[in-house]
Design a protein. Structure first.
Length: 143
């Protein structure tokens, strides 16, 4: 089992607090185009689209089955559009994900077979890169 840097502190502090990633900001150049890509083409749920004030628009989108959402819009980040690299999303079936991406007209890499999983990559219209990973079936592995 992997050890945390906080393991030594557990005996004096009690349980270590859980940390859950909630939101990842994706730098885009065109909010409406990004909303159409993630919401309509990928089929991810658009949770919010709020213009707070002039120059500040917040769009939150959540992949099906995910506890973590992404956000993009205007006035949210100083990162250059397209600079997000390789957020990894776990999926059940790399072949099915590849087929869904292609059917939606999204350019996707071929399925990359590795001992630690099967991977498919794609980019949004700004060039932000995503990696989809089908985890290996460890149920038949021996210790």
């Amino acid at each position: 089992m992997a050890r945390s840097a906080l393991d030594g502190e557990r005996s004096t502090m009690g349980a270590v607090m859980e940390y859950r990633i909630e939101l990842i900001f994706v730098p885009v150049s065109d909010t409406d185009r990004a909303k159409a890509f993630y919401g309509e083409r990928l089929g991810w749920r658009v949770d919010h689209d709020q213009t707070v004030q002039e120059g500040l628009r917040f769009v939150q989108v959540t992949p099906p089955g995910s506890a973590c959402s992404i956000a993009f819009g205007e006035g949210l980040t100083e990162d250059a559009p397209g600079s997000l690299r390789n957020v990894q999303v776990v999926i059940d079936d790399a072949d099915a994900a590849h087929a869904e991406l292609r059917a939606a007209g999204i350019e996707a890499s071929e399925v990359d077979e590795q001992a630690w999983g099967r991977f498919v990559g794609f980019s949004d219209p700004d060039g932000n890169r995503w990696t989809l990973q089908q985890l290996p079936d460890y149920s038949s592995a021996t210790s």
